[in-house]
Design a protein around this ligand. Sequence first.
Ligand code: IFM
Length: 436
Amino acid sequence: MSQAFPPGFLFGVATAAYQIEGAVDEDGRGPSIWDTFAHTPGRIKNGDTGDVACDHYHRYAEDVELISGLGAGAYRFSIGWPRLQPGGRGPVNPGGAAFYDRLVDALLAKGIAPYVTLYHWDLPQELEDAGGWMNRDTAERFAEYAELAYGVLGDRVTSWITLNEPFVTTSHGYALGAHAPGRTLMEAAFPVAHHQLLGHGLATRALTAAGATSVGITQNMAPCWPADPDSEADRAAAIRLDGLHNRTYADPVLLGRYPDDLAGLYPGADLDVIRPGDLETIAAPIAFLGVNYYFPNRVRATPDHPFGFEEMRVPGAPQTSFGWSVVPEAFTELLTSLRDRYPDLPPIYITENGCAYPDEIHDERRIDYLRSHLGAVAAAVEQGVDIRGYFCWSLMDNFEWAEGYGQRFGLVNVDYATQDRTPRDSYRWYQQLIAQ
Ligand code: IFM
């Protein structure tokens, strides 16, 4: 399979700050919405929090060894906004900057390219108290923070990702309340989508003006299929979910406009938050599109459901321990459909793909998942889609948001009682693939 990847294709692994770092009170870090949310009883399975997580803050050197041992060419991690700029305003926190300095230097010493995500969901609590992503000012604050981060790491980091999965922030964080900050605004959460996109555009401009040459955004995307292709209602539900999940985020960045059906997607939402000039800002040129893919969305129209549809499993497809359907062909379909929909599509990096299975070391199912999904990427490359790299989610087991530590995505098993890291068979498999 490795022959199917073009020369220079990058193989990497990905993580995110709150999911692995721990050390939430150290060296001047401020609280984020995830600290607040995780400490609210009943929000996270088993009462888990990210207070310690994988203790990566103290064990980063060991983790860099693991990445290096894989032979990975790149590592995608996120900066914890409240670690670098504790209240989301004001100067850099020197303790936070020193940590990311150490991490980046350790990566570069091993020849691993850092891919830095600026926002992987840990909004400083102070900004949430001022309205969070419902407040337009958060977009301005985000751009200012991006510029600060570039000031700290821009001399050594080439690749910058503004946002991770803005759809999830809108849907899980502000519409449904399953993620921090736990708001339940339903379709009225549309301003969260818009302000994130605006923040992306402002940050892209700020980074570019500061000298960055490779700025992108990561969106989680999935084909949306009607449960019954012969049902008009199911087909309409699939189009609606495609709008909510994919087009709301990709169209403004890649086409400079919102989808035509925007008002129908967010009935009753305040669309006046879209001000003159915003779309031009959001469509600031990007060097790459980061795509996260896990499973396809199969939907059935369900009139009594609040959104009018519900998601279904794909019949006959195996499932991960999260209950996600394993359908690699959907990944190829997604990637070729992006090429078809967006005439000026920049190069794609797969910034996340992976699966959750229990804590076994002999994880044959994870190997099968990765093999088939890398094959799906290779098939898209063969069909002419410009894909430059693949980051496996995740280097190691970590805090899986509302699921706590119950879902394990790692190539490396983490024993949370001892913090021992044990490479799984999938780690060895990926290592061999990279070596080939
Ligand atoms: O763990 C998450 C990650 O933070 C964002 N993308 C999906 C992963 C698995 O759920």
